[in-house]
Write a protein of this length. Structure first.
Lengths: 250, 264
């Protein structure tokens, strides 16, 4: 079964220049899909379409069998409960402690639970990403970049979503922290069956390590989709150069 | 296509786009205010920020405004031996105009600027997007409670401003300028009608609504990094202040000529 099916997706902001130019992409349910590409190729715009933050100029985006382009704003809002998102800079609410950040979606959607149960659930999620009790009451400004990512991930998985999106999860982190975040993505993915993870990244090493399927975008279209092996064996010049540079760098 | 592009770059087109965007934003924020789940904790948090934390500065400004207004009016009225009218004249000026306008300007600069900066920072650090993808309306969670709190707090703060300004006027007039205490109080009681106070409080609620919506609109639509937040804060405060002064004229006209609320 497909978790995501995108057909002929086009997007323009000014009516003239197209950022996405007829993009086609399928992602199998239960897989980790990595979307890679140079800067400015439309990765983030694609992510915002998946989340329903942007409306496509034309084309179909079907997620878990629903075409989100046909949904009303209120329907998209409730549909977003199926998603967990780890933003580039974690996007934690800076006036809330780490525990309160993770409790936030639980408070909104799990009103059937008592306060203590909600707090315990948030604590369990923080524990799952390796954050101990000593960090629960710290503000986002008081923890390191890596810890913020952990808290962001704990918040993303707080409601056990079917699809988890990662927007450049390792940008700005040192190699050790990068590996830690990659491990975290893998362990989160394996923690429950049926989770689909979509990782937007320009870190080729991470993409090859994590991705069951990898898609490379260029000029608003999918240039190549396949496994890591397909990327090493391709004849497409641009992909070859991207792989060579990426491998050299890592 | 080129004509369309030129039109989009046009200043008038951009201004109209902003005005249209502002009205749609305001309408949606108001609609969210009446939809469950109601955000009472957020509302009280913003009441505390806009209201409680402005009390000191409002008292300080009100006290000195009352004193300086009394002094200037005393200097003028003493030329025609009408010193006894200093109290009611100050009262009418404070209750109807200076109270709501000065409170509006001070609170929009203090709380409105902070609102625009806060929402702008949340926008550029993707915190608003995070709310969106959690299926929580940022308008309902962030904007509606702020606008409602500003609308409720402004008349309360104006009432405090009015009271403290009158106290300043009384202290200066009676204890330093030698006005008769009984006459001062009697004239104020006789010439100031509750409708004069209500006029000012009504204006204050309107000003609160305007600076609340303008500043949240600017912050909510901030673009770019730190510079975008700065621009949004600046625009929010400037537009709010100008709107308050311009609106004051039209509200006065509306109240006095069309609604006929107040005597004198």
């Amino acid at each position: 079964m497909k978790a995501v099916e995108i057909q002929e997706l086009k997007k323009t902001f000014d009516g003239e220049n197209y950022v996405l130019k007829g993009l086609n992409l399928d992602i199998e349910k239960g897989n980790i899909a990595c979307i890679i590409g140079f800067s400015g190729t439309g990765k983030s715009v694609l992510l915002k379409h998946l989340l329903g933050l942007y409306r496509p100029s034309s084309g179909v985006i079907s997620i878990l069998g629903k075409n989100i382009a046909d949904l009303q704003d209120s329907e998209i809002s409730s549909f977003r409960c199926n998603f967990g998102v780890l933003f580039q800079d974690a996007a934690l609410f800076d006036d809330m402690s780490t525990l309160e950040n993770v409790m936030f979606p639980i408070n909104e959607y799990r009103k059937d639970l008592s306060y203590k149960e909600r707090k315990d659930l948030a604590a369990a999620k923080l524990d799952q990403v390796g954050l101990g009790k000593e960090h629960f009451h710290k503000l986002p400004s008081q923890v390191s970049g890596g810890m913020r990512k952990r808290v962001g991930l704990a918040r993303a998985i707080a409601l056990d979503p079917d699809i988890i999106l990662y927007d450049e999860p390792t940008t700005g982190l040192d190699p050790i922290m990068t590996e830690m975040v990659d491990d975290l993505i893998l362990s989160t993915h394996r923690s429950r069956t049926g989770i689909t993870s979509i990782v937007i990244t320009h870190d080729l090493h991470a993409a090859f390590r994590l991705g069951d399927e990898i898609a490379m975008l260029d000029k608003g279209k999918v240039l190549l989709k396949g496994t890591a092996e397909d990327f090493f064996n391709t004849d497409i010049d641009l992909v070859k150069r991207f792989v060579e540079k990426g491998v050299k760098k890592t | 296509m080129k004509v369309e592009k030129n039109l989009q770059d046009n200043f008038i087109f951009q201004s109209l786009t902003h005005i249209g965007g502002y009205f749609i934003f305001t309408k949606q924020s108001m609609q969210w205010l009446f939809r469950a789940p109601y955000r009472w904790p957020e509302f009280f948090k913003h009441m505390e920020f806009i209201g409680n934390k402005s009390v000191f500065i409002i008292c300080l400004t009100g006290f000195f405004t009352g004193m300086v207004l009394s002094f200037q009016i005393y200097l003028g009225f003493s030329l025609i031996n009408a010193e006894n009218l200093v109290g009611p004249t100050v009262g009418l000026g404070i209750f109807r105009e200076l109270g709501p306008v000065l409170t509006g300007l001070i609170v929009s600069a203090r709380a409105g600027g902070a609102m625009a900066a806060r929402l702008g920072t949340m926008r550029v650090t993707e915190q608003i997007d995070a709310l969106d993808v959690m299926g929580i309306s940022p308008l309902q969670y962030l904007v509606s409670p702020r606008v409602f709190a500003a609308t409720i707090c402004m008349p309360l703060l104006t009432a405090i401003f009015d009271a403290v300004a009158m106290l300043g006027s009384y202290l200066l007039g009676v204890h330093f300028l030698g006005l008769d205490e009984a006459l001062f109080i009697d004239k104020v009681n006789n010439m100031i009608d509750p409708s004069h106070i209500n006029e000012g409080l009504f204006k204050a609620a309107c000003f609160g609504f305007v600076f609340g919506t303008v500043c949240t609109y600017q912050g909510y639509n901030a673009k770019g990094g730190a510079r975008g937040v700065g621009d949004a804060t600046n625009a929010g405060v400037v537009i709010s202040m100008v709107s308050i002064i311009v609106m004051d004229f039209f509200l006065t006209k509306l109240i006095r000529i069309y609604l006929g609320w107040t005597s004198l």
